[in-house]
Design a binder for this molecule. Sequence first.
Ligand SMILES: Cc1ncc(C[n+]2csc(CCOP(=O)(O)OP(=O)(O)O)c2C)c(N)n1
Ligand SMILES: [Mg+2]
Length: 358
Amino acid sequence: MGVQTKVPYEVSVPHIEPLRVLLPDGTLASGAKAPNLTSEQLRELMRRMVYTRTWDQRAVSLNRQGRLGFYAPVSGQEAAMIGSEFVLEREDFICPGYRDMPQIVWHGLPMFQAFLYSRGHQYGGRIPEDVHVLMPQIIIGAQIVECAGIALGLQLKKKSNVAIAYTGDGGSSQGDFYEGMNFAGAMRLPAIFFVQNNQYAISTPMSKQTTAASIAHKAVAAGIRGVLVDGMDVLAVAAAVQEARVHALGGMPTLIEAITYRFGPHSMSGDDPTKYRTKDEQTSWEERDPLVRMRQYVAAKGLWTEADEQAVVQAARDDVAEHIKKAENIEKMTVPGLLTSMYATPPAHIAKQIAQWK
Ligand SMILES: Cc1ncc(C[n+]2csc(CCOP(=O)(O)OP(=O)(O)O)c2C)c(N)n1
Ligand SMILES: [Mg+2]
């Protein structure tokens, strides 16, 4: 008898109905719970998605020109990223992963600092005092325990704010993921754990990531809310986070799984998605483009025109050009500069190294 590769067991799990507001043709799903947003806010959501798509395309080019370093493309994931950040308060705290630049820039981090981070410059991490974000984690899952810790701080300070951590489908398999969620549940913390399930952890597909019915089901073990949402539907994402925020402030964290897809490679550092994804699969997801869906919705309401679209594309291009120039003109990093920036008062052995370099 060989080792059984298929387990002949059925595990009974609660049903989690995916949240959806916009249908692929841009009309409202029947009985949909639309987020509480004004016409101006709907326009702003569209504007941010178009802006972010353009910025992403420019960033990919800048990387190819050698003007940006590490870069993880975001096209396809705009609804998940923009919709979830949009309904946060400015004093809410974001704990991002490396792909989550849009959320922290829309939360207040100047774009040139995102570019400095990408270029490996220490000033990329010099976050303005009033911008409530961490720099993106490269260690998969580490931001989830950080988020639980920040949420504990918010609770102790009696703030009416939440902490949100972003991770991916791959991140949901890390030990930190379970630790952070369990701690947040046990301590009744104002936390939201947002998983962008883009179907792959580099080349590892979801089918090999977990045998759980969904990532959202992992909330059950932590005793917190588990929500599944169509991640190509910006209104569904905004509604899910708006609701999760209310629960978080009431002492009940939420795990949200947004079903999405990255249109591009994992990162600009040599990944070739055609080695592990079929053309048909890619096309079927491109047909669910979150920008197309929202554009149809706001255009039908008379809130969006081709001229609006062109103006945003141009504004994004201009901003990227200005911010990359600013990043390139910052003084070059030095070894003593890097060492000094790590401590208020450098310990003796570091002080010695700084002196040696000088
Ligand atoms: C602790 C840890 N293990 C491995 C890696 C290498 N690594 C970088 S990205 C990645 C895949 C993560 O996939 P996912 O969480 O789905 O996020 P996505 O890139 O799809 O947004 C891995 C394994 C890492 N950075 N940190
Ligand atoms: Mg992934």
